[in-house]
Design a protein around this ligand. Structure first.
Ligand code: AMP
Ligand code: MN
Ligand code: MN
Ligand code: MN
Length: 290
């Protein structure tokens, strides 16, 4: 049995490192049959109101969303928040603080790239940035692809933007505790994003899930564009083991770069509790007349 709802609860717009506007994403989601949608820009909820209006204009149910960058035992972990009050002052302020170091980091990344002969990367990346507070590695990747340094963004990350490579700059993001609390105190649910992407040992991963649960985290992404079919099964088990609800989301960024299209993933297994079952009171439906 499966949970038959076409929910896509993870994607990015020009407000972070996606290439489409919230409105274009809403139209695309609707076109692909999405019934419940959330926009989850990195460290930023500036697109949520636009996304909600666009979702409702398309007749889609909506959850507020965000994907917060966290540093946990020396690695970057992403925590998705869903169904929070997007005007909550502590959340808005916490996210603003998290975004704060990005510009400095970007300048250091450009300095690292200049040392291997790639000049002008900061200015170059900025050309792709929709939100000046949110310059990300993805924008550098687009610049290096467009200028012919690499053939695709994957190659850029592999050669230049990951640990040990010339354009990589370690960064301290929010704490797990802060991220979970910002989300939950604003009435939302905290969810571990794409757990298979992290390079934790089994003990470290156990620590992440245990600590997350202890802090009030309630969900984990099981079916995501970042997981293989085998990983759906692994993290379905982890969800059950830790008593976490399961989420589903494409992590769509761009029609040209993303291999997983909005609203096209397999359904969640019926053995899992879908996050939307626990978020029923937080879902925003189109008002009558839409
Ligand atoms: P940042 O928040 O600046 O560290 O950038 C992280 C973003 O880079 C992620 O959200 C992804 O969109 C993107 N990213 C990370 N790894 C890769 C990869 N191997 N290939 C393509 N994009 C990636
Ligand atoms: Mn991204
Ligand atoms: Mn992520
Ligand atoms: Mn994402």
């Amino acid at each position: 049995m499966t949970s038959i709802l076409n929910a896509d609860l993870h994607c990015h717009s020009v407000v972070s490192d996606g290439t489409l506007t919230p409105e274009a994403l809403a139209a695309r989601a609707k076109g692909n049959g999405v019934e419940l949608w959330a926009l989850t820009d990195h460290d930023e909820i500036g697109g949520v109101a636009r996304a909600r209006a666009a979702a409702h204009a398309e007749g889609m149910a909506f959850l507020s969303g965000v994907e917060i960058s966290v540093t946990f035992i020396g690695q970057t972990v992403h925590i998705v928040g869903l169904g929070f009050d997007d005007t909550d002052a502590a959340l808005v302020q916490g996210l603003q603080q998290t975004r704060g170091g990005r510009d400095q980091r970007a300048q250091e990344m450009a300095a690292g790239l200049a040392q291997v002969g790639i000049h002008g990367a900061y200015q170059g990346a900025l050309r792709y940035v929709g939100n000046p507070q949110l310059i990300s590695r993805t924008h550098f990747a687009r610049f290096l692809v467009e200028t012919g340094v690499c053939k695709d963004t994957n190659e850029v990350f592999r050669k230049y933007l990951t640990e040990g490579k010339p354009g990589y700059v370690p960064h301290r993001w929010a704490t797990l505790k802060d991220a979970v609390q910002w989300i939950t105190q604003a009435g939302g649910m905290a969810i571990i994003a794409h757990p298979a992407r992290y390079k934790f040992t089994p003990n470290e991963e156990f620590a992440l899930f245990t600590e997350f649960k202890g802090l009030g985290g309630r969900g984990v992404e099981v079916v995501t564009g970042s997981h293989s079919a085998a990983e759906y099964l692994v993290y379905a088990e982890t969800a059950q083991e830790f008593g976490l609800a399961a989420s589903r989301g494409s992590d769509f960024h761009s029609p040209l770069e993303s291999h997983t299209e909005l609203g096209t993933l397999p359904y969640l297994s019926g053995a899992l509790t879908p996050v939307w079952e626990l978020l029923q009171q937080r879902i925003q439906y189109p008002p009558p007349g839409f």
